[in-house]
Design a protein around this ligand. Sequence first.
Ligand SMILES: *[C@@H]1O[C@H](CO)[C@@H](O)[C@H](O)[C@H]1NC(C)=O
Ligand SMILES: *[C@@H]1O[C@H](CO)[C@@H](O)[C@H](O)[C@H]1NC(C)=O
Length: 247
Amino acid sequence: MKSAYLSALAAFFTYSVSAQTTAPDWGQCGGTGWTGPTTCPTGWSCTFSSQWYSQCLQGGATTTITSSTVGSGTSTRTSTGTSTASSTSTAPGGSATLAPGYSFVRAVEDPNFHKYLQSQVLGTASPAVLGDYTQAAQFQVVNGQLIQNANGTNLYAVVAPPANSTVTKLGLSWSKTPDTLGTFVFSGDSLEWSSPTVPRQQTNAWLVCPSGSILSVFINLGAYDYMTPAGCADETLNAYTGATAVP
Ligand SMILES: *[C@@H]1O[C@H](CO)[C@@H](O)[C@H](O)[C@H]1NC(C)=O
Ligand SMILES: *[C@@H]1O[C@H](CO)[C@@H](O)[C@H](O)[C@H]1NC(C)=O
């Protein structure tokens, strides 16, 4: 535990040596003993996480989600983040055309750059995975629910409750019935999830953990890019509203 912390600290420190005065996107910007940059890029803010760690997050970052009653709140679509959506272009042999009011959702960080959110068994109630752009599913956030348009039928993203307090990631799957644990929201174009009963350091931190060729998606209960579980990659999940999904 301690050595993991020290090596994480060392990694950040090494990174900061070349980072001059501004921390990188998602980079550390403060914490006890931190000697690296303490300012964040334009559009990002240095956000306190713990005594040991502050991090550059997009926009106002730790967006307050109206935590009212789960499943009954109004949809909160705040726009604090800077949009990273690129211009639209149509790829040959691309995905289906985006339906009005829907978004594709994709990862934008290696090793899962422009892999798109979908069902493991396409269009069905099955685990949430990232996959090829040609099979990108389409989503809306309504009343705190992330809803996949599965060929005209709604599939809801549901989060597996933590078995105990040592669990660091939560499974995500598609269901015909809504999530009862928490609230999804797009903050800017960044997909976030929070729950009144599940403490999280960062509401936009996701993990993608391969199992064979299947890229399973999890809620990360820790901070982005910090003590990442073995075999997993840190990701944010971002809305993309081009006419079709692109590689
Ligand atoms: C969607 O509906 C069309 C037309 O009914 C059908 O051909 C297609 O197989 C369906 N796709 C899925 C993923 O269910
Ligand atoms: C917590 O839950 C996980 C996942 O079910 C399990 O593997 C682990 O042994 C549990 N730990 C404790 C302390 O109960």
